[in-house]
Design a protein around this ligand. Structure first.
Ligand SMILES: [Zn+2]
Length: 137
């Protein structure tokens, strides 16, 4: 369920923004036809549409940025655990010190992982603790 949540948020942000753009264009065209005879009202509505698109763009940027953040922190966590695995092959004593500090997320990939917040044992397929809902990384 939480797999690739960053990617999903980014897709959602893009779809949402495209939807706003299409909607704004339709409104603008309809408005152009209906309010041609009232220039002042026409201008006000057009400014409102422009403002709505601007707000849409801001939320798009924020949402996309948030998705990117989740994505990159996941990559970072994956790389860190990969690094630790490589490291434990060459120098086990140092690696074991690091892996105990960062929680039991490394090592055997078939084993359960223990939540560092509440100590609950979760299956490897979950990214969030089933007991306290905190992130694995
Ligand atoms: Zn927990």
């Amino acid at each position: 369920m939480f797999n690739d949540v960053g990617k999903k948020i980014k897709t959602l942000a893009t779809v949402f923004f495209i939807f706003i753009l299409i909607f704004a264009i339709i409104i603008a065209i309809v408005e152009l036809i209906l309010l041609r005879s009232v220039p002042l009202l026409w201008l006000i509505v057009l400014i409102s549409i422009a403002f709505a698109v601007f707000c849409g763009w801001i939320s798009y940027a924020l949402l996309y940025g948030y998705g990117e953040l989740i994505d990159s922190s996941r990559k970072l966590a994956d790389n860190t655990s990969l690094l630790l695995k490589t490291f434990s092959a060459t120098s086990p004593s140092i690696a074991s010190k690091i892996s105990t500090k960062s929680g039991k997320t490394t090592g055997n990939s078939d084993a359960a992982w223990v939540c560092e917040y509440c100590g609950y044992e979760n299956p490897m397929i979950t990214s969030f603790c089933r007991n306290c809902q905190k992130s694995r990384y």
